[in-house]
Write a protein of this length. Structure first.
Length: 54
């Protein structure tokens, strides 16, 4: 059962694809390594918060 902090955490973290140069709101998750990847091109995504552009 998730704790209160996990349930209340915002799920609207956005990710950015450096190849497509687009914000990605619904990334895919790699089944092998759990990396978040772009649905369009398969590039690993960057967190918008980490890039300082969001």
């Amino acid at each position: 059962m998730p704790s209160g902090a996990e349930r209340d955490a915002p799920s609207s973290v956005e990710f950015y694809c450096p190849t497509c140069e687009l914000s990605v709101g619904d990334p895919l998750v790699c089944g092998d390594c759990s990396a978040l990847i772009c649905r369009r091109c398969g590039t690993p995504l960057e967190r918008v918060d980490d890039l300082g552009i969001g």
